[in-house]
Design a protein around this ligand. Structure first.
Ligand code: HSE
Length: 430
């Protein structure tokens, strides 16, 4: 039966995502009411610039005082789409203190302070939902938190940043260098004027922390995530990848160790075989590949950013939180009971593609091979191309720890016959 008294929603932020949330709330109001069992009413919209014209949003709902809005006491759900750490963190905790549940799209805040926010939600008996924080429209948080709650997830391997996937895809398909591809991404609006958060992997690392925490029922913070950006990937790396039947993607990789006693989370560019489903994720799309004991391999794919796709995820959370509210219940909160240690990058085990510039003379290959052997890194293939007394040597290893590989590279750099280490790239997804 439909309740007539509406559930009141406060919207914090009315940018690209917030304005779409407001639009869908208005245009789909009847459907949302039917699905929830009560109408939902936009009770206030907190913005920074009140003079800006916002189509479809009555001027009397707009305020610059977000704190007063979340403190009103009659708000059922606060939707936070302003991003960043402060004032978002204080506004969310204030919302819980004043009886509201929260839907957030704030990956940076969740990755840094997720545990404290979940604790605040639990203390006040409210919900904290954040499907939109990772990979935009793609249902990922709820599948991991609910659909796979009875399974054991071993690995999450994802392309969770659309800007960098657009750039890498462009480099792959046209042979362009990084800067040229970035310029095109900027011109087309895929990259921001300051692309640092995307190209240096900060955005993906925040998402990796959130995914790892949920997948492994363990607290994983942003600081636990190893991070390398993709600004040093070159056209030559793509040529090498092609020779191996691979492409290069910026991957977020969350793994349970083989013995199950620890987990790792990392973001870096990596070669993946063209046969892997993630290799065919083109343009600015996102995709996440999940491996679990019982389900096996699952892939989630779709638009990972943008106003409308992100609003879709926010609205899904809003419906879920409103339903819980009407039932006098809350959904699943934080599950961190496993409390597995998060191992450092040195303990990650994977394969490596190393490209060296060396002198082309007798004994060099043996010298290089000895360094690998001394560090316990087993070589899978070696390819050499020589020219005028110099050569390029490409070594692909079997699985080895990152610490062993780092030791190997350090020792290689000290050899007189090694002119330089042109590139080191991990090989994943095999
Ligand atoms: N800037 C991100 C991306 C979207 O390019 O995927 C928001 O996380």
């Amino acid at each position: 039966m439909m309740r007539t008294r509406p559930l009141k929603v406060a919207l914090l932020g009315c940018g690209v995502v917030g304005s779409e949330v407001a639009r869908i709330m208005t245009t789909h109001a009847d459907d949302l009411a039917q699905r929830i069992g009560a109408p939902v009413e936009l009770a206030g919209v907190a913005v920074r610039r009140p003079s800006k014209v916002r189509e479809g949003i009555p001027a009397d709902l707009v305020t610059t005082d977000a704190t007063a809005l979340v403190k009103r006491g009659d708000i059922d759900v606060v939707v936070e789409v302003i991003g960043g750490i402060e004032p978002a963190r204080t506004l969310i905790t204030t919302a819980f203190e004043h009886g509201a549940s929260v839907v957030s799209a704030n990956k940076a805040l969740l990755a840094q302070d997720g545990a404290a926010l979940h604790a605040a939600a639990e203390e006040h008996g409210r919900d904290l939902y954040y499907e939109a924080a990772v990979a935009g429209a793609i249902p990922l948080i709820r599948p991991l938190r609910e659909s796979l709650a009875g399974d054991k997830v071993n690995r999450v391997l994802g392309i969770v940043n659309g800007t960098t996937n657009f750039i890498l895809d462009k480099m792959d398909s046209t042979g362009a260098g990084y800067q040229e591809a970035l310029d095109e991404a900027t011109a087309l609006g895929y990259a921001e004027a300051d692309p640092t958060a995307d190209v240096e992997g900060f955005d993906a690392a925040a998402k990796a922390a959130i995914l790892a925490g949920i997948a492994f029922h363990t607290r994983v913070r942003l600081d636990d995530v190893y991070r390398e950006g993709m600004t040093e990937v070159t056209a030559a790396d793509f040529r090498s990848a092609k020779e191996m039947g691979c492409t290069i993607k910026l991957l977020a990789i969350c793994e349970r160790a083989a013995d199950g006693g620890s987990v790792t989370a990392r973001v870096h560019p990596a070669m993946i075989p063209l046969s892997h489903p993630l290799a065919s994720v083109r343009g600015a799309y996102n995709a996440v590949f999940v491996e679990s004991d019982a389900a096996g391999q699952l892939m989630f794919y779709g638009p990972g950013a943008g106003g409308s796709p992100t609003a879709s995820a926010v609205l899904g959370d809003l419906v879920a939180v409103c339903r819980n509210r009407l039932n006098g219940a809350t959904g699943p909160g934080e599950s961190a009971y496993a409390a597995l240690p998060v191992s450092p990058m040195g303990e990650v085990v994977t394969r490596y593609h190393i490209s060296l510039d060396v002198a082309d003379k007798p004994g060099v290959l043996a010298q290089v091979a000895t360094v690998f052997a001394e560090h316990g890194v087993s070589i899978d293939t070696v390819r050499q191309q020589g020219k005028d007394g110099e050569a390029s040597l490409v070594v692909v290893t079997h699985r080895a720890s990152d610490a062993s590989l780092s030791g190997t590279v350090e020792a290689l750099r000290k050899l007189d016959t090694v002119r330089g280490v042109a590139s080191i790239m991990r090989v994943e997804g095999e």
